[in-house]
Design a protein around this ligand. Structure first.
Ligand code: GLA
Length: 381
């Protein structure tokens, strides 16, 4: 990929660029907890974005997306967004850096990636993180801390893409470390690396290849439900800043004051925050059975309480149980995308074969299978 990017960069701009890369992510557990101030437990993966970038001494950003074979440009400081949909991520990152008093001048860039799009592996966060990291290095002498770069990516989603996401994806993409998952407290920003080498197990993703329409607006609606539930609880318990601060009992106290829908959304979140801690404890004992059981519980919650699963994902989850897979659940925002599966090595082949066969039989298209390796996040190559 690097060679192709540099060749294109040379062909377009006359010399080679400086290479930067960042990664997509998985999340072992802790879904829809980030914007509730709870814990998440992601890691960066071996699918990412690579970009060749170089300041060009003008006020113009010139971009080439190799995978799409598309060119776009915009002026720094201009409010006019180019019409190619992928430019909003880079445009947003530039504006968010400027808005924080940072510096961005014109540059040339060619980029490409291998994060499957729409699969819930955070291809957009990988793109934002690559550019946030690079522009911090090239124009700002690294003045922004990595956590601030993650916030720059997150604000790009909020302000330029209409998704009121949490910090998890951009955080994982920037902080990822080979062989480690990271437990992040999304309220305080404290994080801890957990080496993750499950002896005798494999992590595999199965991609339904479906993405439901209106997924972004449904995501924003989930967030609003949580905020309403937290606000109701706060009346009795003023210290509750986020839903993750609330005890289950406190949610029961306000059951009559909020809608049943908001109640079950909040019920899921409060349970999920605890599951992340339980999984971390289990991992420290190498107790993968408990880790797996928690993953199934998360799937149940995401499917029946948070209602962000879909028929295809539920089908894969049930099949995983039947094949005696240790843990399985929908991963990421939901409404399509992948399941993440923790499976014993000796059961792997049988599970994959059965899943591909049965899924294809039922839905008329084959799912995709990704073996993931926990890898490094944003870096200069
Ligand atoms: C998406 C968002 C994240 C997070 C997950 C669900 O990936 O971008 O911030 O909320 O969904 O855990």
């Amino acid at each position: 990929m690097k060679t192709k990017i540099q060749e294109k960069f040379k062909a377009l701009f006359g010399a080679e660029g400086i290479l930067y890369a960042s990664a997509g992510r998985i999340n072992l557990i802790g879904e829809h907890t980030d914007y509730n101030g709870g814990y998440v437990f992601p890691g960066a993966i071996n699918f990412g974005i690579t970009a060749a970038i170089k300041p060009n001494g003008t006020n113009t950003v010139k971009l080439f997306a190799l995978d799409m074979d598309e060119y776009a440009e915009f002026e720094i400081g201009s409010e006019t967004l180019p019409d190619k949909h992928w430019t909003k991520y880079i445009f947003g990152v530039c504006h968010e850096i400027l808005g924080r008093g940072g510096k961005v001048e014109g540059f040339n860039a060619v980029f490409a990636g291998d994060v499957p799009l729409g699969a819930g592996l955070s291809s957009s966060a990988a793109l934002e993180s690559t550019f946030a990291y690079a522009l911090n290095d090239l124009f700002n002498q690294g003045r922004f801390e990595k956590y601030e770069l993650a916030k720059i990516g997150q604000s790009t989603e909020h302000n330029y893409c209409g998704v009121k996401c949490g910090i998890m994806d951009q955080f994982a993409s920037l902080f990822g470390k080979e062989g480690s998952l990271i437990r992040l407290n999304c309220k305080t920003g404290e994080y801890k690396y957990f080496p993750f080498h499950p002896q005798g197990y494999k992590l595999v993703l199965i991609d339904t290849c479906v993405k439901h329409l209106l997924a972004d607006s449904a995501y924003n609606k989930r967030r609003e439900s949580c905020e309403r539930a937290a606000a109701a609880i706060r009346k009795n318990h003023p210290d509750v800043e986020f839903l993750s601060d609330a005890k289950r009992l406190w949610l029961d106290e306000v059951r009559g004051e909020i809608t049943e829908e908001d109640f079950i959304r909040a019920e899921y979140v409060i349970g999920e925050v605890q599951r992340v801690l339980d999984v971390c404890d289990a991992l420290e004992r190498n107790d993968y059975e408990t880790v797996g059981e928690m993953m199934y519980q998360t799937h149940f919650g995401l499917s029946h309480l948070y209602e962000v699963s879909c028929e295809e994902l539920d089908f894969l989850n049930k099949l995983a149980r039947k094949c005696e897979v240790t843990g399985s659940r929908v991963m990421g925002g939901g409404f399509g995308g992948c399941t993440i599966n923790l499976v014993k090595e000796e059961l792997y082949d049988c599970f994959i074969q059965t899943a591909v066969e049965k899924f294809t039989e039922k839905f008329g298209h084959a799912p995709k299978v990704y073996d993931v390796v926990i890898s490094d996040g944003a870096r200069k190559l």
